[in-house]
Write a protein that binds this ligand. Structure first.
Ligand code: ADP
Ligand code: MG
Length: 369
């Protein structure tokens, strides 16, 4: 059992503020994802929880018990790093058994055997136990490393970008498998990633961290549809969300914003918030899947542009349309046939627009949720 709590945790390395007053509570047996760009402080947070780095301020608690001065070995925490180093001269069996044979634990061989078989069947690697790491594929080695971390049933399981070095196909497969295994871990898990697909698909809750600060803690849907700020909006979704900096223009009795050189209506409930805040400028965000396109001029709501690029990404393509000097990213089907520089017409789905306060870039509101 372990409920993890960080209270005002601050960690500095010389002049780098790696964690800045982190407050976070993770429930017992929760699968929590910590998501953020490189250098955000993700690994540092795991190390502070594991006790292998000491923080300068604040408290780390497990089940209400202060862990600040508890040695790593006494925390019952297991950590898998991205470079999952296995002992090259030991079989898979011995690699998995190794933590239980360390002088610290020295478990009986009978117990070791039971544990090795328990985790290897969970990871689907029973048939590899006699092999050396070099006789295993990358994905299999990764499973061995995960299995090794799960012996002795840690109460806290920390995974630091465990899929980072796998190729795209294997990564997708392992992601799905990890999702299926979550219940079996039987530990409070923190999974670190900088890959938004992993974050959205794996986490019950996601904590978004940047420059040592937790920016938002929310479900995947909340992160996608109601990002705390522009930074979070840009971090999730492919292609990156389009952001238009716009004046709020009053025409007749309605208010509009300028997107791709054309005025677009602002939804009424959004407008209320904008007016209450007395804003003159706003950043409007529209995701690529909320922009329609047509090769022929449709009604007046379509804006004319030209095809700038078309790049396939798996089962869809990213189409970039140039409108005046702006490049607008949208989603297109894979079989779209267009010539570069040819005319194309796009239409924004303003119902799904997001609004951010222009200077602070905080999320204001989004209609329709
Ligand atoms: P992430 O895992 O999110 O990529 P890290 O937690 O590794 O980020 O690093 C957070 C910040 O702390 C970065 O600016 C990094 O350069 C710095 N940092 C990490 N470890 C050390 C260290 N041992 N000494 C000095 N600076 C460090
Ligand atoms: Mg890291």
């Amino acid at each position: 059992m372990a409920n993890i709590r960080l209270k005002n945790v601050t960690k500095n390395y010389k002049n780098v503020n790696a964690l800045n007053q982190i407050n976070l509570e993770i429930k017992d047996k929760e699968f929590f994802v910590l998501f953020g760009p490189a250098g955000a402080g993700k690994t540092t947070m795991l190390k502070v929880i594991a006790g292998i780095e000491l923080h300068q301020m604040g408290d780390v608690e497990f089940d209400g018990k202060n862990m600040n001065l508890v040695e790593p070995a006494d925390r019952n925490v297991s950590m898998v790093f991205e470079n999952y180093a296995l002992y090259p001269h030991m079989t898979v069996y011995d690699n998995i058994a190794s933590p239980m044979r360390s002088p610290l634990y020295k478990e009986k061989e009978e117990y070791i055997k039971k544990e090795v078989h328990r985790v290897s069947s969970m990871m689907g690697i029973d048939h590899l136990l006699d092999r050396l790491p070099r006789q295993c594929s990358n994905g299999q080695r990764q499973r061995v490393a995960l299995g090794r971390a799960l012996v002795r049933k840690p109460r806290v399981f920390l995974m630091d970008e465990p899929l980072a070095h796998l190729d795209a196909k294997l990564k997708n497969l392992m992601r799905t498998e990890l999702k299926g295994m979550q219940q079996e871990f039987d530990a409070t898990t923190i999974y670190v990633t900088h890959d938004y697909l992993e974050a959205l698909s794996l986490g019950d809750r996601i904590g978004i961290i940047n420059e040592g600060q937790l920016i938002q803690i929310a479900t995947g849907d909340e992160v996608y549809y109601s990002p705390a700020n522009e930074f979070v909006a840009k971090l999730v979704g492919e292609p990156e969300i389009n952001i238009f900096k716009s004046e709020i223009v009053k025409c007749d009795d309605t208010y509009k914003v300028l997107l791709g050189g054309e005025l677009q209506p602002v939804e009424e409930d959004v407008l209320k918030v904008l007016l209450e805040k007395d804003l003159d400028y706003v950043d409007v965000g529209i995701r690529g899947n909320n922009i329609e396109f047509s090769l022929e001029k449709g009604d007046d709501s379509f804006v004319e542009g030209s095809v700038y690029s078309l790049e396939p990404i798996g089962n869809k393509s990213i189409l970039i349309v140039k409108v005046e000097e702006e490049l607008i990213r949208l989603i297109a089907p894979n079989d779209l046939q267009v010539e570069l520089d040819s005319k194309i017409f796009i239409k924004f789905d303003m119902k799904n627009a997001m609004y951010f306060e222009h200077k602070s870039k905080e999320f204001i509101t989004r209609h329709n949720i």
